[in-house]
Structures are given as structure tokens and as C-alpha cells.
Design a protein around this ligand. Structure first.
Ligand code: GLN
Length: 477
């Protein structure tokens, strides 16, 4: 990562990022807020401290983009939702504090599906973010803005949240690295909750080594998040030997996976085999319940977390409501996006007496089976290599009116959140029509750093060559 020094000023780094942010904003709709004034002020201070010979930290003057569901008093913290539009946070998320303590400078807040509900960023109150490779296509979601900010080279890194794929899928759709760490590795304090037992904080970057550095800075136990794990990142070797056994999952029905993703997986597997890795085929039949279990557990937690938005405690309040009930109803009706409302209704339904046993309890049992299945799989292999999603970036508007089609895009990403295991998107080239292709490396809990190291190794050993997709079937349109 390019940091500020006597030779390279923080001011020049920040100004360059701000110029690019403004330049791309109209076409791609990446940011909900661009932090012109405060970022320039901070850069000036850092340069001053560098001149005085002070230690300014490991991210001195590095501009970054912050997903707009991280709270801090700089700019509003909207979560791309109307109901939080006027909200300025009195607190600062632990991750933001740790990054800024090392000298990083937030140059903009990035667009997301409102409250991170979605897979395309089309559910944002501020409109969709466009894909970095093709502006007629989705950026992926929910962290679409963050992924595009990194892919277009506006910033070297951006933050994300991943409840069911929101870092890994947009990373894959835009050809960059994206890590969803082990559940609990980074404190969730100060991040707008989606589904608390699934939510993870993570990062986007062009280089796995940068994500490693960001993890060293931000991982660790936090008294403000009771689910944060005792410090382990960088302190623990998960495997005795270098990663050798690569698992591939037989159970994903091949027919649902786009032919160019299948071809990319086959290509990477061959390269790994050629470089001496053992390929293990895994039977993971419980994974077929993951999507259904996720779309019960996740909305149940969403419904609980969003209940706080009542027009009394937070920013937006619908005017002219004559009764308290009307105030609640109107605030929520006007303040939430249709997808937010759908999840609140599904969540309350699956938690209601009479349906709790049939849905929520069953989903919780399926979750246990999925956890056990991953544990069994990691007895046989070190890491698993699988698609992130069934398709490359789809067209804007293609799925937004069909929630089930949209949910099916999460088929391969949600089981990791249910099991709490880490997943890293690695870019693996492009489709014939120039769309990014990504795969995910999945490891046992706390193997985050080793996944990043392995990705680095894969990148140097097995760089995809130029003509590689010549023999692959054509695009989808
Ligand atoms: N696409 C998934 C969903 O809509 C995951 C979202 C996320 O990880 N925030 O729930």
C-alpha cells in the first residue's frame, strides 16, 4: 500500500483519490458522501506530523472508502436507507477507529443495498452502483460501492460487511480480492446490524497482502462486542504444513453454475494439481439446505434489529401522524425500502408462535448440520475452492423484481456465514465478454491469514494467461 512519507505527501494521495472519486461518481454512483473537507484537513495534519519526524502509523495518509453502514461522525451514516438519511452518529465504529489511529483517511462513504439487504446494490435508497467492467450490469451487493471504488483504483482498500456474501460476491463481480473473516475476528461495534449471528466485517483490496495488513490492524477482541473472539489473527498457525489438500464440492448442482465459472474452477483446479496439490472431492449434502436456512435465520434477526427504527429514537420521523401506531407505521413505510419490509415480514412470520418450530427451529437445526459438515470436510482437506456465486455480474434490473431469483444468487456464499468460517474471493480472469470471474477459498475457523497467504502463492504461481478463455463457451447474452 502506498503510504505517505517525506517524499510522497498524504495531501497528494488524498487529493488524487478525491479527484478520481468525483470523476467516477456520476457514471458509477459509488459514494453516498465524498469527504472533501475533512480528508484534506487530516492529510495536512499527517504531513505536518511526518515533517516533525513523528510516527504516523502503518496506514499513514492512505485514502480509503468506508461502506456506509459503518458509524462515525464524519458524514451521515445512512446504510443507504431513507430512515437513516438525517442520522449523524455520535459514536465511531471500532474498525474505523483502528484504521484512523494508523493514519488512514476516509475519502468517501460507499453505497450499499439499504441495510445491506441484497446482492446487487439495487436496493439502495440512492440508486444502484454500476459494475466496474460494464455499466449496464450490477456491481454486486450489498457492498457494491466499496468493491467498485477499489476496482476502479480510486482507493487501495475499502471496508465491507458480509452477512451472506456481501464482500465476496461484489469482489468477484469486479475482479478484486475480498475477505469475509471468521465470525468474531473483527469487532462489529459501531456497524449497523443486519443479522447479528452472521454479520462479519472485512475488506476489499487488489492485493491479498494489503488485506493481511488490514487484518493485523483491525482484528482482535473488543469489550464493546461480546461476540468478538480472543485475539488470534497473526498469532496462530492453523496448519502444520503448507496447504496441500484442496477440496472441491461435488454437491453443487453443476447445471445452476454458469459455464464460464465452471470452466474457471476447472482451470484453477488443474493448475493446483499441476503444482503438486492433492484434489479431494467432497460430499457436502447438507449445503443444499443452506440457502433456505439462511433466508429464515437472517430475516428473523433482521426483524429484531430493525425494530429500533420507530421514528422516535432515530433520525427520520414521518410527519403528521395522529397516533403513536400511525407514527410507527408511517415512519417504517416511508423509511424502509421494499426489500427491508419483505425481510421484516418474513422474519416476524418465522418467529411467530405456531410457525417458530416449523421454520426457525428447523433452520437452526439445519445450521448445526452445516457447521458439522464443514468440520468434517476440513478433516479431509485444508481449504475448499468453490464458486462465489452461480453467475457473473447480471444486468441491472434483471432480478430486482424477482426476490427469489435474487436470493438464488447467494446459493454458494451463505453457508460460510451460517458456519462462521472464513472465505476469500480471488479473481481468476474474465469471461469472453469481459466480465470479472472470481472463486472463493474457504478454510476452517481462524485460518484467515493462511487463506491470504495461499492466495498470494496462487497469484504468483498461477497467473492466468491472456488467451485462456479462448476455448471457453461464449457469454450469456
Ligand atoms: N445477498 C445476501 C442477502 O441479501 C447477503 C447480504 C449481505 O451479506 N449483507 O441477504
Amino acid at each position: 500500500m502506498k503510504t505517505a512519507s517525506i517524499e510522497v505527501s498524504a495531501m497528494s494521495l488524498v487529493k488524487e483519490a478525491l479527484v478520481k472519486a468525483h470523476q467516477y461518481q456520476d457514471e458509477y454512483n459509488i459514494f453516498t458522501f465524498i469527504n472533501d473537507t475533512a480528508a484534506i484537513e487530516k492529510a495536512a495534519k499527517i504531513d505536518e506530523r511526518i515533517k516533525n519526524g513523528e510516527d504516523v502509523g502503518r496506514l499513514a495518509g492512505v485514502p480509503y472508502a468506508l461502506k456506509d453502514n459503518f458509524l462515525s461522525p464524519e458524514g451521515g451514516s445512512t446504510a443507504s436507507a431513507h430512515v437513516l438519511e438525517e442520522f449523524t452518529s455520535p459514536i465511531t465504529a471500532t474498525t474505523v477507529k483502528k484504521l484512523e489511529d494508523e493514519g488512514a483517511i476516509m475519502i468517501g462513504r460507499t453505497n450499499l443495498d439499504a441495510f445491506a439487504h441484497g446482492s446487487s446494490t439495487e436496493n439502495s435508497y440512492y440508486g444502484a452502483t454500476k459494475n466496474s467492467k460494464d455499466t449496464t450490469r450490477v456491481a454486486g451487493g450489498s457492498s457494491g460501492g466499496s468493491a467498485v471504488a477499489v476496482a476502479l483504483g480510486i482507493v487501495e482498500f475499502a471496508t465491507g460487511t458480509d452477512t451472506g456474501g456481501s464482500i465476496r460476491q461484489p469482489a468477484s463481480f469486479n475482479g478484486i480480492y475480498g475477505l469475509k473473516p471468521t465470525y468474531g475476528t473483527i469487532s462489529r461495534y459501531g456497524v449497523v446490524a443486519m443479522a447479528s449471528s452472521l454479520d462479519c466485517i472485512g475488506f476489499f483490496a487488489q492485493d491479498p497482502a494489503d488485506i493481511d495488513l488490514l487484518m493485523q490492524i483491525t482484528a482482535g477482541q473488543d469489550a464493546k462486542d461480546m461476540t468478538s473472539l480472543p485475539d488470534y489473527y497473526g498469532k496462530e498457525e492453523k496448519f502444520d504444513d503448507p496447504i496441500k489438500r484442496i477440496g472441491i464440492i461435488k454437491d453443487f448442482d453443476n447445471e445452476v453454475v454458469h459455464p464460464e465459472i465452471r470452466a474457471a474452477l476447472a482451470r484453477e483446479v488443474e493448475k493446483l494439481r499441476a503444482s503438486g496439490h492433492e484434489i479431494i472431492e467432497l460430499d457436502m449434502p447438507a449445503l443444499k439446505y443452506a440457502l433456505a436456512a439462511y433466508y429464515i435465520i437472517q430475516p428473523a434477526e433482521v426483524a429484531s434489529n430493525l425494530a429500533r427504527h420507530d421514528g422516535v429514537r432515530y433520525a427520520f420521523r414521518s410527519q403528521d401522524s395522529q397516533t403513536l401506531d400511525a407514527l410507527y407505521q408511517n415512519t417504517r413505510n416511508e423509511g424502509f425500502m421494499p426489500e427491508n419490509k419483505r425481510r421484516i415480514m418474513i422474519g416476524n412470520f418465522v418467529l411467530s408462535s405456531g410457525f417458530y418450530d416449523a421454520y426457525y427451529l428447523k433452520a437452526a437445526k439445519a445450521r448445526t448440520l452445516i457447521i458439522q459438515e464443514y468440520e468434517k470436510a476440513f478433516e479431509k482437506c485444508d481449504v475448499i475452492l468453490t464458486p462465489v456465486s452461480p453467475n457473473p455480474a447480471f444486468k441491472l434490473g434483471e432480478k430486482v423484481d424477482d426476490p427469489v431469483a435474487m436470493y438464488l444468487e447467494d446459493l454458494m456464499s451463505v453457508s460460510l456465514n451460517l458456519a462462521g468460517v472464513p472465505g476469500l474471493t480471488i479473481p481468476v480472469g474474465e469471461t469472453a465478454n469481459g466480465l470479472s470471474l472470481g472463486l472463493q477459498l474457504v478454510g476452517p475457523r481462524r485460518s484467515d491469514q493462511e487463506l491470504l497467504q495461499f492466495a498470494k502463492q496462487m497469484r504468483s504461481n498461477t497467473k492466468p494467461s491472456e488467451d485462456e478463455h479462448a476455448d471457453v463457451m461464449g457469454g450469456d447474452d
